[in-house]
Structures are given as C-alpha cells and as structure tokens.
Ligand binder design. Structure first.
Ligand code: F6P
Length: 551
C-alpha cells in the first residue's frame, strides 16, 4: 500500500509522553482553579469565527496543556495530512481512493486534480443536472406518470445515504418548500409499510440512494416499492416517478432506472460524507437549489478555515485535540453532543455514523494493532429534553463524559420568551457541570429551607455535585443553511484530526462487512437454501425462527 499519510504511532510521540506526565500533574486541579490561575484564559480558549463561537475554556486544561496538544498535532503530521486530503491524494489507502467531499463545496472553480484530471468541470455538470431537476420538481414542471404534479418525495437509502440527508432536511424545516419528504431506511417491512401509508403513486417521486447500489436494505426496499408501484400502474410509469443516486450506473440501469434519471456520484465521496453530493438530492428538493448552495457555501467556508488557520485558532483541530485529550489521557469512553434545538435532534445520530464508522478502528496505519484508545462513543439528544432524561448521569454519575453544547443565539421565529429560557438552560448547564455544588453550599441551602442540622447531614451527600465536568460551548448566531453547513463540516474535520492523531485510516469501514456476509448465510439458512453450521446459540435461534408461523 502506498504511504501517503504519515505513519507515527501516537504512543511514540514525544508530546504524548509529555502529555501523560502533564495529566498526572494537573489531575487534581479543577477547571475552576484553572480559571482562577489564568486571567487571560479566554484568550486562547475562545475561538470566534464567522458567526460561530467555540468556547473551550470549561475544560481540564491550561495553557501548558493546550500548547502540548498543539505540539501533538504537529508531531503527528496533521498539517501534511490536511493538505493531502484537500489536494486529492489517495488518503483512503485501503480502498485506494481520494477523499474529496470538500471539492463539492469548493467555493471557487480552482482545479482539483485527480489522476492528472481536473475533476471540477464534471463535478459542476453533475451539480447542475441536480439543480435543474430539483427546480423542475419544485415548480411543478416535472410531473408524475399521470401528469399530476409531484407533492411527495420518498428517499430510499441507509447509512450515509439516509442519515445526512435526513438530518439536514429536518434541520432546515423552516426553509422547506411544499414537498412532503419522507425517508425509508430500515429493511424491516413494517417500516416501509408505515411510510407508504397514504402515499399516492401518481404524485410521489421515489429517490433510490445507494452509492454501491448493492446495499441489501436499500435494494430490498426499492424492489418492494417498485413492485407495489407497478401493481397499480403501467411499467413505463417508472421513468416519471423513480430516480436514483449512485456511483454504480450499471446496476442502477439494470434495476430499471433510465440513465437520464440517474444522478451519479464519485467514488471519492465517502457514504457518510456524501450529503453534499447528489446524495443530497432530497435536501435540494426540500429546500431548493439556492438554499442548497448556501449549505455548500457554509461547509466550504469551514473547509478553508480548516485548511488555512493555524492550529491554535483552528476550530476542528482544537475540538479534535480536546477530544483526544479526554479519550487518551483521562480514560473517557464517550462524548455527548447536545444541540439545544429540536431542529438538530438528529445530529447525534448522524454524528454517530460519522465518528464511529470513521474512527472505530484498532488497526493503525502501519497495519498493526494500536496500544491506545481510538474512536470514542458518540451519543446525545436535543436539549432541554436531554436534561430531563440522562443529564443526571453526566452531573452525578461515575463516568467522565465531555459534552458539546450547541445552541443558536437567535430563534428562527423570534419568540424571545422561549429563546431566553432555552439559552439560559444551555448556559446554566455548562456552568453547573463545571462548578458543581460543595457540601457547605448544600448545607447552607438546606438550612435556609429550615431543615434541622441532623437531617441536613443525612441528605447532603446526595445533593453534592462534584463538578469539574468538561464541556465545549458552541454558540452560533442563527440556524441557516450556511451555518448548518459550517457546523457539519466542522465535525467532519474533527473526525479527520482525531484519525490522524490516532494513526488510523478514517475513511474506510471494513468493520461493517462481516455482519453483512453472515446475514446472507443466515438468510439462506432461514429460507432453507442451505444449512450452514453455526454455534449452538445461533443454530437454535435460526431453528426457532423457522418453526414459528410467519404472521
Ligand atoms: O454499511 C455501511 C455503509 O457502507 C455506509 O458506509 C454507507 O453509508 C451505507 O452502508 C450505505 O451504502 P450505500 O450508499 O452504498 O447503499
């Protein structure tokens, strides 16, 4: 395999050793103490860029540690790795592919060469085809097979062909047009039955999205929906009501999609980074090309920030390093992401795939197992809902869970009362997590309520908050297509930063293959096409499934 990215084991870097020693020194120093010691703490922990503020001051680190993290990034060769990605070098080494989702949001037409060919002209043509089609559907010029306007669109895809588009369509609901958008992802027949309820085949456009056109869930769903459709209408109707997004043109055509109705994508766009490509067709249908371009613009701005900003002020770099700090030096296993807006309720799910499929790897870039932790577990939900669900564990549990708090300063509909309450919760949580509440404060509070001293002593331990829980605050001016593009791109780049430091390949996903292979064997067993031998548990489960009546 060609060596394009640096190959430096994290545990062998000098700065890693220095950070280990530094962590021991400051293990008992609280974030509050760091604030007391450092009068100019906000100078280096406050990153203000465009309409986004990232405040990392509420973390267990001081200037010395911050500098060591920056040194770690430099020693790991992050600067070269960033350039290699943007230049289109084949950094997805195990699949021999470039990683160029950034080219899709390139703000100008400057050439990007891949195998000596500028990819920009073809890319612009693909984008133009998508924009023209979306305009036609939105303004009613594209009609269904019976001549009626399209009113509903169903996206059939899974993983990256579902999560990113779904996130953005829901996030930008305020910018959406009249089209009713739905998503079918799971292979479960009941799921697609539910989604198809009330669907009129005449006025519905089905968008099949599969980079490989080989994914069992998507192809099974697409087949069933095509059968359901053709039961009601003549075969030629497919042309008006089915389109597809794929890089496998041959398979897409043999499924029955006319080549005019295929929106191609390139192998240099990874599935979980593909919402910017024609995989975003459903987004473009929902919000129109103008707003879709704004989304690309926001991501493009973040790309150039990531590529050109010194590490100290580089948002994705700093966030990636902070995450490595807890993962590799404090033994933290997971990170929570809490967007304080219902519009972004799907962000944690989307980021789960983005982070965990990218960085859930034990094998280093040298082909050997690493001797340190890699990809952390990502989870979360929208605030304030999350406060009433799992925040207890973050506040008073035994686990260390660094948390990202994301909020927009302005609401979209100008409801000040609600927005002020939302923002106050958003801020108060990070303050509470950092400050906690000590015994004296608890006792004072209880005595002011008139409780007798004996009772106070008994109840106090349960009311103490240890505090010192790390958070990042991400405050964005307003939720717009542009700011959303920047936010998503920020997290995408954070993934790469971590992957480079962990010395792993972030852009392949071999770990999902084994399950797929075995599922096909088990299916043959369930359908009596073969009799494979499994372990006793698996054999018994298959036996029971076969014995039971289907319904
Ligand atoms: O199974 C994982 C995966 O390959 C993801 O990486 C991808 O986003 C998803 O499946 C869907 O793949 P496709 O777009 O090829 O159907």
């Amino acid at each position: 395999m060609p060596k394009i990215l640096p190959d430096k084991s994290l545990s062998k870097l000098d700065s890693y050793k220095l950070l280990k020693a530094y962590q021991k020194q400051i293990a008992e120093v609280s974030i509050k103490k760091h604030f007391k010691k450092e009068h100019d703490r906000l100078k280096y922990t406050w990153l203000d860029w465009e309409n986004i503020i990232v405040d990392i001051s509420k973390n267990r680190i001081d200037k010395k540690g911050f500098n060591l993290l920056i040194r770690l990034a430099k020693e790991a060769g992050l600067d070269k790795a960033i350039e290699a990605q943007f230049k289109g070098e084949k950094i997805n080494t195990t699949e021999n592919r470039a990683v160029l989702h950034t080219a899709l949001r390139n703000l100008d037409n400057s050439p990007i060469f891949l195998d000596d060919k500028d990819i920009i002209p073809e890319l612009r043509a693909m984008q133009q085809k998508m924009y023209v089609f979306c305009e036609k559907v939105i303004n009613g010029h594209w009609r269904g097979y019976s001549g009626k306007k399209i009113t509903q669109v169903i996206n059939i895809g899974i993983g990256g062909s579902d999560l990113g588009p779904k996130l953005v369509v829901e996030a930008l609901a305020n910018y959406k047009n009249h089209l009713d958008i739905r998503f079918i992802s799971n292979i479960e027949g009941d799921h697609h039955k539910e989604i198809l309820k009330g669907i009129n085949p005449e006025t519905t456009l089905f968008v099949i999205v599969s980079k490989s056109f080989n994914t069992q869930e998507t192809i099974t769903n697409a087949n069933s929906i095509r059968d359901w459709f053709l039961k009601q209408v003549p075969h030629s109707s497919i042309e008006k009501n089915f389109v597809a997004v794929s890089s496998n043109i041959e398979k897409t055509v043999s499924f029955g999609i006319s080549s005019d109705n295929i929106f191609p994508m390139k192998d240099w766009v990874g599935g979980r980074f593909s919402l910017w490509s024609s995989v975003g067709l459903i987004i473009c249908l929902a919000i129109g090309p103008k707003q879709f371009k704004e989304l690309l613009k926001g991501a493009g701005k973040m790309d150039s920030h990531f590529r050109n900003t010194p590490f100290e002020k580089n948002i994705p770099v700093v966030l990636g390093l902070i995450s490595v700090w807890y993962n590799n030096f404090w033994g933290s296993e997971s990170e929570a992401i809490i967007p304080y807006t219902q519009y972004l309720r799907n962000l944690p799910t989307y980021l789960q795939q983005a982070f965990m499929e990218s960085n859930g790897k034990i094998v280093g870039r040298n082909g050997r197992s690493v001797n340190y932790q890699t990809g952390s577990i990502i989870w979360g939900a929208s605030g304030t809902n999350a406060q009433h669900a799992f925040f207890q564990l973050i506040h008073q549990g035994t686990k260390l869970i660094p948390t990202d708090f994301i909020c927009f300063r302005k609401s979209l509909n100008g409801n000040e009362d609600h927005q002020n309450k939302l923002l106050s919760n958003f801020i108060a949580q990070t303050e509470a997590l950092m400050n906690g509440k000590n015994e004296t404060e608890v006792l004072d509070e209880l005595s002011s309520l008139g409780m007798n001293p004996l009772e106070q002593k008994k109840i106090a331990p349960f009311k103490i908050f240890e505090g010192n829980k790390p958070t990042n605050t991400i405050l964005i001016d307003k939720l717009t297509p542009e700011s959303l593009g920047s936010l998503i791109a920020m997290y995408e780049h954070k993934i790469y930063v971590q992957g480079i430091i962990w010395n792993i390949f972030s852009y392949d996903q071999w770990g999902v293959e084994l399950g797929k292979q075995l599922a096909s064997k088990v299916l043959d067993d369930i359908e009596d096409k073969s009799k494979n031998s499994h372990d006793p548990s698996t054999n018994k489960l298959i036996e029971i499934i076969k014995k039971r009546p289907f319904n």
